[in-house]
Write a protein that binds this ligand. Structure first.
Ligand code: HEC
Length: 125
């Protein structure tokens, strides 16, 4: 494995382990869920939409890894934390898979980036 990829996988693992342990040193998010939605998900030509159409550049994929990690660090504005952690972890792992070019990445991404499913559970009215 390329060293920088290894470093990324390791840092992701640390972030995810922080959740699992309910670790008090879990870093504070730099972006709010609202900012992440505005930058990466909103609209037909969003970053998320480009990725779903398999049109994302490598830079798009790297940005989405960051955005999904940030989303996972936020508290859900609605709904329970277990469901939020499950959805945002799946989303982050799918973005990492896209970035790495894993074979099933696109299928996992489309499943994880289900706007309605997450909004129904976690988006306030
Ligand atoms: C893993 C969960 C999750 C997924 C997947 C998700 N969203 Fe969101 N989205 C949220 C949450 C949570 C909010 C509410 C943020 C808040 O109000 O703090 C939100 C809010 C929004 C908003 C309103 C932002 C604003 O300005 O207030 C838009 C637009 C949006 N999402 C678009 C999308 C689209 C389009 C997709 C699918 C391509 C998507 N989202 C996928 C969790 C998600």
């Amino acid at each position: 494995m390329h060293p920088s990829l290894l470093a990324k996988s390791l840092s992701l693992t640390v972030v995810l382990m922080g959740f699992a342990a309910g670790c008090s040193t879990t870093p504070k998010p730099e972006l709010t869920s609202e900012q992440i939605m505005e930058e990466g998900f909103k609209g037909k030509t969003s970053l998320a939409a480009r990725l779903s159409e398999n049109m994302g550049t490598q830079a798009d994929k790297m940005r989405m890894v960051y955005l999904t990690q940030q989303l996972a660090l936020n508290q859900p504005p609605k709904g329970d934390l277990a469901s939020w952690t499950e959805k945002t972890t799946a989303l982050t792992l799918a973005a990492v898979a896209l970035e790495k070019g894993s074979p099933d990445a696109l299928v996992s991404w489309k499943a994880a980036a289900d706007c309605k499913k997450c909004h129904t559970a976690h988006k306030p009215d």
